[in-house]
Design a protein around this ligand. Structure first.
Ligand code: ACO
Length: 416
């Protein structure tokens, strides 16, 4: 029987396909001849870094595919575990392959005594939880005797370890920050459900677990974004997978990237009620402030991930009255931004706009939203690092020097 969540995803997919721009499809499978000619803008806009078969973002149509599979279909039919397998190994698993993969994820999700003690001995909770997570992943790297083995098989195994262990770390971080005892994994639950349990102390309902699973699927990969590129750059020097993921976490943390989900909820709190949206927005525009959770380097259409998350946020807001107000403010703000900036600047909600309402409904603190993003994005980071590793060439772009050609060295007592 089709569940309500599946129906909501189906209707999001229909809308995405109805409302798309008629821009021509690029030739997705055409062979690349290096060197590639491209126009490069600031922030490497338009630059081509590699060939990939992992995923594709169609920015003008607002579609997202992983290994050829539509993100709407994966959200409806797949699980985060299966989607991670797809991203890392390039195909949907057979029943046996999925069972073996899940067994490994379950084994690794339970931190060893050594890992548990080392992570719990860290001064967690003094800085941002993404800094906690960055440090905790680094500690796991110190404890893993295979960490320095950069062969593809070894880095693949480390990828599976990280997929399993990062949610456990997020759970510890969330609880220590609240002054609560951390709890070990319960591997009878899905990774998504167990992550919520390890953070909040309560296993989510079946429906909430499915919604969180969809969130993890939708955040798993997204082209050559800043954190993915960061991870790939680090690994391209033949460093190691832990260093690459630590760097990815550092990049994702920023408010222009993954940190926007946290900033969105703060914005909704600041606005306070739907009748204050117009004034808040007018004031933000006068101050030339960006509205968090809107805009994207690649999407010039409605972000398909936001298309799925919006009805899911609505569903949860009806059942969790504490977030209903946020949802109402968000819908009004979306209408305002799209009416003013949608046509002219192609600014629409991105993945971060509605995800926070979903997480808040599940009792997760605002500051933990970006670590949840990281839990999911480990799949895309590791998949792309592994793909590039198979044909590795160190990344080394240029900066164009625009300083003076020659300056005479002045002794310290002669300097102005
Ligand atoms: N609110 C208002 N105006 C915006 C917004 C926004 N959120 N985003 C872009 N614009 C405007 C800019 O002011 C700029 O206008 P101008 O041409 O008049 O100067 C124009 O749109 C282009 O914006 P840029 O910042 O140059 O676009 P860029 O591709 O460099 O940045 C980014 C993309 C970082 C996502 C940007 O849209 C932004 O800062 N959004 C808010 C933060 C956010 O939500 N980040 C999450 C992105 S999704 C993710 O990383 C998971």
């Amino acid at each position: 029987m089709t569940t309500q969540i599946e129906k909501l995803i189906q209707s999001a997919k229909e809308k995405a396909y109805e409302e798309t721009d008629s821009a021509a499809e690029p030739a997705l499978t055409s062979a690349v001849e290096w060197p590639v000619k491209c126009n490069v803008g600031l922030g490497l806009e338009g630059a081509v870094a590699c060939e990939t078969t992992i995923g594709y973002v169609n920015g003008s149509k607002g579609w997202l595919i992983y290994r050829g599979l539509d993100c709407f279909d994966l959200s409806e039919f797949s699980s985060f575990e299966e989607t991670s397998y797809l991203l890392i190994f390039g195909k949907l698993p057979s029943s046996k392959e999925l069972a073996d993969f899940n067994a490994k994820l379950a084994e690794y999700r339970i931190l060893t005594d050594e890992e548990w003690k080392a992570v719990n001995a860290l001064p967690l909770g003094k800085g941002h939880p993404m800094s906690d997570l960055r440090t905790a992943v680094s500690v796991l790297g110190l404890l893993d005797p295979t960490a320095e083995d950069t062969r593809v098989e070894a880095e693949t195994e480390v990828s599976i370890k990280l997929l399993a262990k990062v949610p456990a770390l997020a759970g510890i971080i969330a609880r220590v920050r609240k002054g609560q005892e951390p709890i070990q994994a319960d591997t009878s639950l899905s990774l998504a459900a167990d992550m919520v349990r390890m953070m909040t102390g309560n296993a989510p309902s079946e429906e909430d677990a499915k919604v969180m699973d969809v969130c993890l699927i939708l955040h798993a990969d997204h082209g050559m974004n800043a954190s993915t590129f960061t991870s790939m750059v680090v690994n391209s020097s033949m460093s190691d997978m832990y260093s690459s993921i630590v760097a990815g976490i550092g990049s994702l943390k920023g408010p222009l990237h993954g940190g926007a989900n946290e900033a969105v909820l703060k914005t909704l709190e600041e606005i306070g009620s739907p009748d204050r949206v117009d004034d808040w927005y007018a004031n933000a525009r006068t101050k030339k402030k960006k509205v968090m959770g809107f805009g994207h380097r690649v999407y010039k259409a409605y972000d398909p991930r936001a298309r799925v998350l919006q009805p899911l946020a609505e569903l949860l807001s009806k059942r969790h009255p504490e977030v209903e107000k946020y949802y109402e403010i968000a819908v009004k703000l979306e209408g305002k931004v799209i009416s003013e900036l949608g046509k002219e600047k192609k600014i629409f909600p991105n993945v971060d706009f509605y995800s926070g309402i979903v997480y808040a409904a599940m009792g997760i603190e605002t500051e933990m939203f970006t670590p949840i993003f990281a839990v999911s994005r480990v799949a895309g980071w590791t998949a792309r690092v592994l793909e590039y590793l198979k044909n590795n060439r160190i990344f080394r772009p240029r900066g164009i020097y625009v300083g003076p050609a020659y300056v005479e060295y002045a002794p310290i007592d002669k300097r102005g």
